[in-house]
Design a protein around this ligand. Structure first.
Ligand SMILES: *Cc1c(COP(=O)(O)O)cnc(C)c1O
Length: 431
């Protein structure tokens, strides 16, 4: 009996769609989600005992691989001292100090439980600080599921958004301007029209929620400049890229190209929790001081800064802080992508890929897309066949073509070679 099928049916009877987050349900590719029983290093085992090389890494957090011994030890030690106190702890400050040291644009930081919560809180803070309402976001970027961000572009010339989910009031969506990613002219037009009413602009520096699309340097430079000129808060969503693409996040990479580049607020999540529910938002002191209890913008959380989660995050970040960590990780990712590129070429399958540190994306397209409409040119059918071909061969990748992939420090040369060999077989079938 296939235990994945059994467990999926059992889950579907009491959990909507059988999953607690929709992308896990395999809707885009068909088939039955794998129910994971355990994980170690770069490998996952499903309910049938089948082993997979894992390129999802819990959607980003597991940068060291699963169950890293130093992290397990730190979590075990923290657990014995209690699970939650609802009172301040020294470890929260340790983590906060660690984050502000690593990300110099963050002078102060507050810990929360998810990326969604970080984005929601940062938006309220930006609105409170500026006393304005409008938000600017970009098509294809994901910042969690709070109402003002579940919005797609309006029709015709209107850039004011419409709800992309039932349950989001049109009045809320109408406060969000949705623009095309990497479109500098569109960005300039929106600020020319709405500038004095814009509270904040939120953007992913490398968008991992339309697979993998980099912001151009000129685009991010103009995001920063227009926010400065119009007094809007520039929010960089590094929930995925923070500590994943480089120490100090993607902003440290763009700061090399754009002198003085720094967001007003940064969102972090995923890697900083090492697999536990932990995220953060932080930035300029002047803005952060508007948060309660100092200021008038309310924000709170019963489990925020949880002692077990912070132990997990700190132990993870201490490993990531080792000299050369991201160089090594980048090398593994690049070797993998070079091998996949060569295999696709051998079989005449269109393929292109890009990566930064341990974050990567591939498209079954001849050239890399730079915005959402270009990503949409991908064939969902071809993607599904590639995905299932790999899965059948023990390679676990994202079950939707809009998701980035992740390599961990635990991925070995053997893992990479096994993955390339499996992909070579699948490309032969796709030709
Ligand atoms: C994952 C993600 C979020 C949401 O984080 P959750 O912890 O899933 O709520 C927000 N922004 C970006 C860029 C993300 O990748």
């Amino acid at each position: 009996m296939d235990r994945n099928v059994f467990l999926y049916e059992r889950a579907s009877a009491c959990i909507p769609g059988g999953v607690n987050s929709p992308v896990r349900a395999f809707r885009a590719v068909g088939g039955t989600p794998r129910f994971i029983a355990r994980a170690q290093g770069s490998a996952l085992w499903d309910a049938n005992g089948q082993r997979y090389i894992d390129y999802i890494g819990a959607w980003g957090p597991m940068i060291l691989g699963h169950s890293h011994p130093a992290v397990v030890e730190a979590v075990e030690r923290a657990l014995r001292d209690g699970f939650a106190f609802g009172a301040p702890t020294e470890r929260e400050t340790e983590l906060a100090e660690f984050l502000v040291a690593a990300v110099p644009s963050m002078e102060m930081v507050r810990l929360v439980n998810s990326g969604t919560e970080a984005a929601m809180s940062a938006i309220r803070l930006a609105r409170g600080f500026t006393q304005r309402n409008l938000l600017v976001k970009f098509e294809g970027c994901y910042h969690g599921h709070c109402d003002p961000l579940l919005v797609h572009a309006g029709s015709g010339l209107s850039t004011l958004g419409h709800p992309s989910s039932a349950g989001v009031p049109a009045e809320v969506a109408g406060q969000t301007i949705v623009l095309r990613y990497n479109d500098v002219a569109g960005l300039e037009r929106a600020f020319a029209e709405h500038g004095p009413a814009i509270a904040a602009l939120i953007v992913e520096p490398i968008c991992g929620n339309m697979n993998f699309v980099r912001a151009s340097v000129s685009f991010l430079r103009q995001c920063r400049a227009l926010c400065t000129r119009h007094g809007a808060v520039f929010i960089l969503d590094e929930v995925m890229t923070g500590f994943r693409v480089a120490w100090g996040g993607a902003q440290s990479l763009y700061a090399r190209e754009i002198p003085g580049f720094a967001p007003d607020l940064t969102l972090l999540g995923k890697v900083i929790g090492g697999g536990m529910p932990l995220a953060a938002f932080g930035g300029r002191r002047e803005i952060m001081r508007c948060l309660s209890p100092l200021g008038s913008v309310y924000q709170a959380g019963t489990l925020s800064g949880n002692p077990v989660a912070t132990a997990c995050g700190l132990a993870t970040l201490r490993e990531v802080a080792h000299e050369g960590f991201h160089d090594q990780l980048s090398q593994t990712t690049r070797t993998l992508l070079a091998g996949l590129r060569a295999a696709a070429e051998r079989h005449g399958v269109p393929f292109c890929a890009d990566s930064e540190g341990g974050m990567m994306g591939w498209f079954l397209l001849p050239t890399l897309p730079h915005d959402y409409p270009a990503v949409m040119q991908s064939s969902g059918d071809l993607f599904a066949r590639f995905f299932h071909g790999l899965l059948d061969r023990g390679i676990y990748t994202a079950p939707a073509l809009f998701e980035a992939g992740f390599v961990s420090a635990a991925h070995s040369a053997q893992d990479v070679a096994d993955t390339i060999r499996a992909a070579d077989e699948v490309f032969a079938l796709l030709r």
